[in-house]
Design a binder for this molecule. Structure first.
Ligand code: NAD
Length: 437
């Protein structure tokens, strides 16, 4: 292996924990720091604060090999490292402004505790210009003999396949204005044998927002197409397949459904729109992308209402809470808005999710959260599918047909072929395809 680096990762959430663990697996000495003492105590004892396939095993083996450690003392992590990755949250405020409180607090800590030169790598998604600003701040705060270089290294991992994405990324983007700092971070990623794109900092920061905005646009586009399909009697699945076979378009992110959610697309699209507004540019496409995504949730509730009739007192089984499969992340999950709308209309909601019912209780106090899907489905007036978990697809739907009060499925993720559900005796309503009975 090439040089072993002493790396600190500040912020041990979905991104920081995965990145830190993967750097340890690559042979580096990694300290992951987080201000959340409960999270750190759990990690130190081999527990997992999040659900991410394969992560627990990788954390355990690297703890055992003493390449990975966890601390709630940010100062220790800073003192003991040459390269500091920042992976704290950057939520957006309602107006689209990025809330930089967490990043600012880390910068203050780096300034306070650095006694040697550092390369600071910004993994958090931050507005364009942040890297330059942070470097200026640090240089003005630390002793003059210390070199402080800030490199932008936006993260593209997907929750649910985060480890695979980290070891086999489509590309690694490194934005640096200081060639040597950029080269060191590039060398750190060289073993990944992927396209390393070296850019200036501003371009790197913008690549992250541009990528998420474009992916969100694909989703809103196909969701708009789904409405057209319903009106003209076409099948959006086939339309997407036909489009996706064109290599200029590609098959990904063309699944019609209830729209995007999660901790990234909603906030990053809003932040990108605001960023454009701040430089006097009206990013019209992006504004529509966001609006369509918002409407998609409302339209789905309307679809349920049309299929069920008056929802007051009706028992609805909602299958899937997380914003996508293989994660427990509920941040801006469409299911939460849909459940709230069903409750507003007087429905009784029994919800099931394979991994997130535990921490959903805080967010959904008036919902019956069940860890057994068949209990959620018992006596249901309608089944509503909101996350495309394999566990949900694989339920014994013949058995379900016998459990429910009304054989009605409203599928927001198009996980079944309509004829298959019709054969089992369900009325099956989906997105952008004909309803079958
Ligand atoms: P997260 O909320 O899961 O984790 C952030 C962590 O930072 C928390 O554990 C929090 O306690 C900790 N923290 C906050 N302030 C701190 C401080 N001052 N010192 C130490 N720890 C502190 O967030 P996340 O989902 O991992 O996202 C992190 C960043 O990466 C965000 O900017 C996000 O936009 C970006 N990103 C996320 C994903 C994703 O799939 N989650 C993908 C790409 C990029």
């Amino acid at each position: 292996m090439a040089q072993v680096h002493r790396i600190a990762v500040i912020g041990t959430g979905y991104v920081g924990l995965v990145s830190g663990t993967c750097f340890a697996e690559m042979g580096h000495q990694v300290i992951c720091a987080d201000r959340d003492e409960g999270k750190i105590a759990r990690l130190q004892q081999g527990g997992m604060p999040i659900y991410e396939p394969g992560l627990k095993e990788l954390v355990s083996s690297n703890l055992l090999a003493q390449r990975l450690s966890f601390t709630s003392l940010i100062s220790d992590a800073i003192v003991e490292s040459d390269i500091i990755f920042i992976a704290v949250g950057t939520p957006t405020e309602d107006n689209g402004d990025v809330d930089m409180t967490q990043v600012n607090s880390v910068i203050a800590s780096i300034a306070a505790y650095s006694t040697t030169s550092k390369i600071i790598v910004m993994k958090s998604t931050v507005p364009v210009g942040t890297g330059r600003w942070v470097e200026e701040q640090l240089k003005s705060l630390v002793a003059a003999h210390l070199d402080m270089h800030v490199v932008s290294n936006p993260e593209f991992l997907r929750e649910g396949s985060a480890i695979e994405d980290t070891f086999h990324p489509d590309r690694v983007v490194i934005g640096a204005d200081h060639p040597e700092a950029g080269a060191r971070i590039a060398a750190l990623h060289a073993p990944l044998r992927t396209e390393l794109l070296l850019t200036d900092r501003e371009s790197a920061e913008l690549i992250k927002y541009a990528s998420n905005a474009f992916l969100a646009a694909k989703i809103s586009f196909i969701n708009e197409m789904a409405h057209v399909c319903e009106k003209v009697g076409a099948n959006v699945g086939l339309v997407a397949k036909g489009m996706g076979l064109d290599r200029r378009i590609g098959p990904h992110f063309l699944n019609a459904g209830i729209g995007y959610g999660g901790s990234c697309f909603p906030k990053d699209t809003k932040a990108q729109l605001k960023l454009a507004q701040n430089v006097d540019y009206d990013f019209k496409i992006l504004r529509s992308v966001i609006e369509v995504n918002h409407l998609q949730r409302e339209r789905f509730v309307h679809k349920i209402e049309q299929a069920v009739g008056n929802l007051n007192g009706k028992q609805i089984a909602v299958l899937g809470l997380a914003f996508k499969p293989n994660t427990d992340d509920l941040r801006d999950a469409p299911a939460l808005d849909i459940i709230a709308a069903l409750k507003d209309r007087g429905a009784i909601v029994n919800a099931y999710d394979p991994v997130s019912t535990g921490h959903a209780a805080r967010l959904l106090p008036e919902v019956n959260l069940l860890t057994d899907p068949y209990l959620a489905l018992n006596e249901a007036d309608a089944v509503v599918i909101t996350t495309e978990w394999e566990d949900i697809r694989r339920l014994n739907w013949r058995l379900v047909r016998g459990l429910v009060k009304q054989p009605l499925i409203v599928d927001g993720r198009n996980i079944f072929e309509p004829e298959e559900m019709s054969r089992l005796g369900f009325t099956y309503v989906s997105i952008g395809r004909k309803t079958v009975a």
